[in-house]
Design a protein around this ligand. Structure first.
Ligand SMILES: C[S@@+](CC[C@H](N)C(=O)[O-])C[C@H]1O[C@@H](n2cnc3c(N)ncnc32)[C@H](O)[C@@H]1O
Length: 228
């Protein structure tokens, strides 16, 4: 059971596709999981249920942080909840799994959304405002051999995400994908998306993909691919 304060993202297909990828991993009492952009904390609760012993949840929204805290109590799970901007509050910690369902909808402009709910999905004109930061900032949080599990839409560049993460020495695999009907944000912007040629005329579904980006270190420093 999950509760949700007004304006907090209701877990959707992207949440559950990521939850399935998370549950498929070998989580144990010693596994440290970070749920970045936690919303209701649905993924934190899933991580605990799948056996992870140390779960930390972060969201910039006060209402989301409170919702996650309430859901931890309701589900009798121990989850450390932090309100903060992405990795700011956890920069010194290391995690075996970082799971992230960030905002990734292409928006009308690059401004920071005012409404809580808009902040859950709007991510600048190209939909990458938070994704790019996650690609830059989370690799350093991974323990040797750790994995970032990230969900996004193919509308905003799985190849760019892959390139950014590989550039930082991670191995990237698409571990799940699914076509889903547009949610309310994209449904209200079909004309804009068509005019930018992000979708075909009449297209009303998007493909969401879960990427697993794994740190290849067996200890010591991360291998960075060299450029010729
Ligand atoms: C798509 S929702 C995902 C919520 C939840 N993880 C799920 O899958 O149901 C994205 C969440 O990211 C949060 N968020 C947006 N920008 C953020 C930032 N800079 N730092 C931390 N959280 C952020 C929003 O408040 C929102 O709760």
């Amino acid at each position: 059971m999950l509760v949700r304060l007004p304006g907090v993202y209701r877990p959707q297909r992207d949440t559950w596709l990521l939850a399935e990828a998370l549950a498929a991993r070998d989580l144990g009492p010693g596994t440290r999981v970070l749920d970045l952009c936690c919303g209701t904390g649905a993924l934190s609760v899933e991580a605990c249920a799948a056996g992870a012993g140390w779960v930390t949840a972060v969201d910039v929204s006060r209402r989301a942080a409170i919702s996650t805290w309430l859901n931890a109590k309701l589900n009798r799970r121990t989850i450390r909840v932090v309100r903060g901007d992405l990795v700011d509050a956890v920069r010194t910690l290391r995690f075996d799994v970082v799971v992230a369902n960030p905002p990734y909808a292409p928006a009308t402009d690059d401004g920071t959304p005012g409404r809580v709910l808009a902040r859950a999905w709007d991510a600048g004109v190209d939909g990458r405002a938070v994704l790019d930061r996650i690609c830059s900032e989370t690799p350093d949080l991974l323990a040797p051999g750790g994995t970032l599990l990230l969900v996004q839409s193919t509308l905003n560049g799985v190849d760019k995400t892959r390139a950014m993460l590989e550039e930082r020495g991670l191995r990237v695999d698409v571990v799940a994908s699914e076509d889903v009907p547009f949610g309310p944000a994209l449904a209200s912007r079909t004309r804009m998306l068509e005019s930018r040629e992000l979708i075909r005329p009449g297209q009303r579904t998007e493909r969401i993909a879960v990427l697993a980006a794994t740190d290849l270190r067996s200890g010591g420093t991360r291998h960075r691919p060299t450029r010729r």
